[in-house]
Design a protein around this ligand. Structure first.
Ligand code: UDP
Length: 249
């Protein structure tokens, strides 16, 4: 590890969270590990952490410009994101513009069917229970959130969807769906955390219909890292590319 970090606080499936010398900040290391199918399928893909960190940083910066509060503070080097420390809320908040994935497996939607207005779905983030879908009453009864929290999360998620969808469409990408997570800062404010990357979103090339996300890994196809690099290439501008190379050593 090149960067100086403190004690390991938490290890997830694809990221590690370290203490820093500032009590309200953590360093998130984006690892190359990739998992799918409830953790059944596992591998390591070189440079994935690198690309996911710069893609997430780009999206967080874009959202901050539009007034969405995020956990992002800095990317001291690709792979390592300095973040505001949050108490994470165990919800996977999914927004969908086009039917794909589990929605098509579980309900009679056609793959590729447009969803207008977009759908918001919330899953309980819990490995032991395999992340079941929940509703407002269940989330409140679990004591995770209040109705006001849910209303706020829903409103902010729709705003995030609008910002990212417009941005991606302007770059020739379709944005069928994505998953985000929120946490609470020490003042109790709900803040966007985690990551926004090809591990947690679907990106389809509008012209070629190429899949540019983790579905390639889920389906056992080749070219996973090339697709992640392509997303970075599409969304980063010249200023970003001066800071973050597309072809790290
Ligand atoms: N997703 C995620 N983590 C999960 C489950 C889903 O990041 O544990 C993302 C996934 O990449 C997709 C969106 O949430 O962009 C919707 O996923 P879906 O429910 O269709 O499930 P999947 O097809 O991944 O099983």
């Amino acid at each position: 590890m090149k960067l100086e970090v403190g004690k390991l606080l938490y290890q997830g499936k694809a990221k590690d969270v370290y203490e820093t010398d500032h009590p309200d900040q953590v360093m998130v290391k984006f690892r190359d590990d990739i998992t799918a199918g409830d953790g059944q399928k596992k591998d390591k893909i070189g440079k994935k952490g690198y690309y996911n960190s710069i893609i997430s940083a780009k999206f967080f910066l874009l959202l901050a410009e539009e007034g969405v509060e995020t956990q992002y503070l800095d990317l001291p080097e690709p792979g390592y994101m300095l973040c505001k420390k949050l108490e994470m809320i165990p919800l996977e908040v999914i927004a969908r513009n086009v039917a794909a994935g589990s929605l098509v497996r579980r309900f009679p939607f056609q793959e590729g069917q447009e969803l207008d207005p977009p759908l918001i779905q919330m899953d309980f983030k819990n490995d032991e229970y395999h992340d079941p879908m929940l509703n407002d009453d269940i989330a409140k009864a679990l004591g995770i959130v209040t109705q006001d929290d849910l209303d706020y999360i829903r409103r902010v998620t729709l705003k995030i969807n609008k910002i990212l969808k417009n941005f991606l469409e302007s770059k020739g990408l379709m944005f069928p769906d994505f998953k985000i997570e929120y946490g609470r800062d020490k003042e109790g404010n709900i803040v966007l955390g985690d990551e926004i990357s090809p591990d947690t979103c679907r990106f389809w090339d509008r012209e070629t219909c190429d899949i540019l996300d983790k579905d390639l890994f889920r389906k056992g196809e080749s070219g996973v890292i090339e697709a992640y690099r392509r997303v970075a290439e599409i969304i980063l501008d010249e200023d970003d590319l001066e800071k973050w190379s597309l072809d790290p050593e």
